[in-house]
Design a binder for this molecule. Structure first.
Ligand SMILES: NC(=O)c1ccc[n+]([C@@H]2O[C@H](COP(=O)([O-])OP(=O)(O)OC[C@H]3O[C@@H](n4cnc5c(N)ncnc54)[C@H](O)[C@@H]3O)[C@@H](O)[C@H]2O)c1
Length: 252
């Protein structure tokens, strides 16, 4: 129960990695705001937490929309009185497009969620953390945030930006009781590829070159374990870190 009494907000918590983090945080004693753009799957996670004796509420939110973000964090405060932990997990993939296939629409869609959405949610939560002089932020980026070609140009840029943003935030507020860290997962078995209309032949062809180095796919729970460590007091001196969690994929 390393998170006993803490209030945690997890975006994209209706599926995959976010769902596993929400369930694990609740198991470890946190009250969880299960936030997602899709109400049905997120509500199912709320029910799952409650069925196990935990505390959770649903917040329907598109993190790319400022008004949704304001309402989501306000709902958390209204229900639980405060906020201690923010997990910026909601994210969307591109179709592995290299730059010559990138349209403005694709670029803006991916960055508006993965990068600008993360900034919006963090900015709103930060006001609470600064007031309390305490807070923990975890960005779920990707191995595509530290390596050059594990996805298309838009997704890769969005995840590199999430890391730069997290490190800047970590340093800026290091004396304000706020920690900000990054988890960079490799390939994890979730629904993220379901949203992909078609993979770019050119982009996929280049990405495939590195794939034999991946020892195996990960499970969402293997990311949740790292998140619960980062959220706990055991990680009190961990700030501005980027923890790559990929079974050794990029260790060569
Ligand atoms: N699965 C992987 O292999 C992998 C690898 C590295 C990083 N990641 C990152 O992990 C995070 C979680 O992805 P996942 O694999 O669990 O995918 P997923 O598709 O299973 O879950 C993502 C969740 O985010 C929600 N979401 C999407 N856009 C949203 C928005 N605008 N506002 C609020 N919620 C939104 C979706 O409804 C969904 O429930 C993402 O940021 C992704 O980039 C995933």
């Amino acid at each position: 129960m390393t998170l006993l009494g803490k209030v945690a907000l997890v975006t994209g918590a209706g599926s995959g990695i976010g769902r596993a983090i929400a369930l694990r945080f609740a198991e470890d004693g946190a009250k969880v705001v299960v936030a997602d753009i899709k109400p049905d799957t997120a509500q199912a996670v709320v029910e799952e937490i409650k069925a196990k004796g935990g505390e959770a509420i649903l917040a329907v939110c598109n993190i790319a929309k400022e008004e949704d973000v304001q309402a989501m964090v306000d709902a958390a405060i209204n229900e639980f009185g405060t906020l201690d932990i923010l997990v910026n997990n909601a994210g969307i993939m591109d179709n592995f497009e290299p730059l010559h296939e990138v349209t403005d629409e694709l670029w803006e869609r991916i960055l508006s969620v993965n990068t600008t959405g993360t900034m919006r949610v963090t900015r709103k939560a930060l006001a609470i953390f600064l007031e309390k002089k305490q807070g923990c932020i975890i960005n779920v980026a990707s191995v595509a945030g530290v390596e050059g070609a594990r996805a298309g140009a838009a997704y890769t840029t969005s995840k590199h930006a999430m890391i730069g943003f997290a490190r800047n935030t970590a340093f800026m507020y290091a004396n304000s009781g706020i920690r900000c860290n990054v988890i960079a997962p490799g390939g994890v078995e979730t629904n993220i590829l379901a949203g992909m209309s078609r993979a770019s032949e050119f982009g996929m062809g280049r990405i495939q070159v590195g794939m034999p180095l991946n020892p195996r796919m990960g499970q969402p729970e293997e990311i949740a374990g790292v998140a619960t460590f980062l959220a706990s007091d055991d990680a009190s001196y961990v700030n501005g870190a980027v923890i790559v969690v990929n079974g050794g994929f990029t260790a060569y």
